[in-house]
Design a protein around this ligand. Structure first.
Ligand code: SF4
Length: 376
């Protein structure tokens, strides 16, 4: 509680003109985004309401375009999601902070001294020619990164540049751009790739951290949280029915495009891209690239800029199969040669019987029609 008896959440709700009901609805929604059971909505709300201190955050912008910062601050109108932002103390963010120069750098250093903060990194880290391609306040990006993470509780890379190198790392990678994971080895790291990152996934990650005191579960190799990157876009795409029926857009503006058919042949990378875009969408869930008629460019996958956007990705089956295998029962018993022979003999006998029955039936049928009874 703060000095006036109101919690941080209460103060935020009043200041933003948001009802408690909307706040609870948001908590249930974010629990769903985090793939938690619906009952966790209440638990999330209670945990956030108990917060009496803001979580200190240092946001670094290195080799970036500030697109992820823009995505993060996208709110068009006050929403319950913004309450989460009132639970963090954004102590350092080059683009958003009011101070500049030595004063700004002092704020970063003071936060590092106290410790217990979260570091958010936007942008890749150059390494060519003595790291000269990105320096701030006389320090290289790599020095700043190492200095900043030393007392942090965890590091979150937002966007594809800090997660995987992004656009700066595109061939031939003239600045020697690296990802955070290449340089930071002794802290928990979570990657939220995307070009830009989806703000929904940043706030959901923050809510998880504020509620449970740790980062959400990630995959081992790419460190992406499973709640946001656990499923292929292709598996949740509303155009998937058209893909399965072989109905593809073949030219921008053609009949199939107007009818909302599958964009695979126009280069859609949905079949190889892991992201929750179809579920959370963009711009307050108004739409998303495939929803507005453009194929997915695969921006949550490593090195996506190196793959021509117009070329279809290689997948095993583009056209739907003519026949689907019958549903069968798996057996744990190993198949041996004897059982194969016996099965073959039984199958042969059954086929023979079926064949004989068919001939007999055919013959009977012909007989029944009063035709000459030649065998078929
Ligand atoms: S190829 Fe793209 S547009 Fe087609 S179903 Fe898959 S994700 Fe959707």
């Amino acid at each position: 509680m703060e000095s006036n008896g109101r919690s941080l959440v209460e103060k935020s709700l009043i200041a933003r003109g948001i009802s408690r009901r909307d706040f609870f609805k948001y908590c249930a929604l974010v629990a769903g985004t985090l793939a938690l059971p619906t009952s966790y909505g209440l638990r999330v709300a209670e945990a956030l309401e108990k917060k009496s201190e803001r979580l200190p955050v240092i946001w670094l912008e290195l080799q970036d375009c500030a697109g992820c910062s823009e995505s993060f601050t996208r709110a068009a109108k006050p929403s319950a999601a913004d309450v989460v932002l009132d639970l963090i103390s954004l102590n350092y963010h080059e683009t958003l902070m009011a101070t500049a120069g030595t004063q700004a750098e002092k704020l970063r250093e003071d936060t590092i001294k106290v410790g217990g903060y979260l570091v958010i990194v936007e942008g890749a880290i150059p390494s060519s020619e003595g790291d000269i391609y990105c320096t701030i306040g006389g320090k290289t990006a790599e020095q700043i990164l190492h200095d900043t993470v030393k007392n942090a509780v965890a590091v979150v890379s937002v966007g594809s540049c800090s997660s995987f190198g992004g656009l700066p790392k595109t061939y031939p990678n003239p600045t020697g751009a690296k990802r955070v994971m290449d340089l930071v080895k002794d802290k928990p790291i979570l990657n939220l790739p995307g070009c830009p990152v989806n703000a929904v996934n940043i706030t959901a990650t923050l809510v998880h951290f504020l509620t449970f005191g740790k980062l959400p579960a990630i995959d081992d190799k790419l460190h992406r949280p499973l709640f946001a990157y656990g499923s292929l876009i292709h598996n949740n795409c509303p155009r998937r029915g058209h893909f399965n029926r072989g109905k593809f857009v073949r030219e921008w503006g053609d009949e199939g495009h107007k009818k909302g058919w599958c964009l695979y042949k126009m280069g859609c990378k949905g079949p190889v891209t892991f992201s929750n875009c179809p579920l959370v969408k963009w711009n307050d869930s108004v739409s998303w690239p495939i929803g507005s008629g453009h194929g997915c460019i695969g921006c949550t996958e490593p090195d996506f800029w190196d793959h021509p956007l117009y070329l279809p990705v290689k997948i095993q089956e583009v056209s739907p199969p003519a026949f689907y295998p019958a549903v069968g029962v798996e057996t744990e018993k190993p198949i041996d040669a004897t059982s194969v022979a016996v099965t073959g003999a039984i199958a042969g006998a059954i086929l023979g019987a079926v064949g004989a029955a068919a001939v007999t039936k055919n013959r009977h049928s012909k007989d029944g029609n009063g035709q000459s009874s030649g065998e078929s």
